[in-house]
Design a protein around this ligand. Sequence first.
Ligand code: KIV
Length: 262
Amino acid sequence: MNRMTSVTFRDRKGAEPIAMLTAYDHVTATILDEAGIDAILVGDSVGTTLLGYQDTTRVSMDEMVHHTAAVSRGVHRALVVADLPFLSMHLGTHHGVACAGRLVREGGAQAVKVEGCRGVLETVRAIIEAGIPVMGHLGLTPQSVHALGGYARRGREAAEAAAIRRDAQLLEAAGVFGLVLECVPAPLARDLTETLDIPVIGIGCGTPCDGQVLVSNDILGWNAGPVPGFVRGYLDTRSLWRKAFQQYIADVQAGALTEEDR
Ligand code: KIV
């Protein structure tokens, strides 16, 4: 079984679509790996999906390391990419490299993902120079929720679309091995997919890119909050679990559990 790396990931451009999903825990990671997923993202969406935070700005470095390590322990084949959380890239180049290093050394990640471009480009270059592959993330960048005023689609106006295009080129020139593009209009996503040499992984872009990424919990119906409208549901885990829990409660109340069950 060949391990997916940032190099084989990049080589998939134009060859075969790349399937990527999030995981935050060991069990989910083992199932995703068994299923044959290409890449697993330990997203800072762990904050909103699993930890009950209002947004991803609350997620700490320690939390990212903790969840990345749990995921890495369960993966033998897929590429493991971990998110650099809010502010980790903005406190100086040295700090950014140290944070990326923790995700690799303590968390076992093979690569890190960075939101945005301006203000972090020098640190992106330094992380790559340190030998850590970096994936970019443009379009809707959830860590900027307070500055953006919400989670609206990005790049609908010509000026913003041009800025996203320019940022994508800067990141590619800096050496990122792939780019997550979130919630931008389909023509812009198509254009970047066609013009960049690195794989573009779409989420909510309404068009096939070089690959797709989604939050696993969203497609499994395993979360407490709302799910973005572009997500295709594959399972209703929440109602399956609720029914199982209700059955257990009813069995206990009815005295229906045997000695062995107890
Ligand atoms: O944190 C995350 O899960 C992400 C994906 C939505 C791309 O960044």
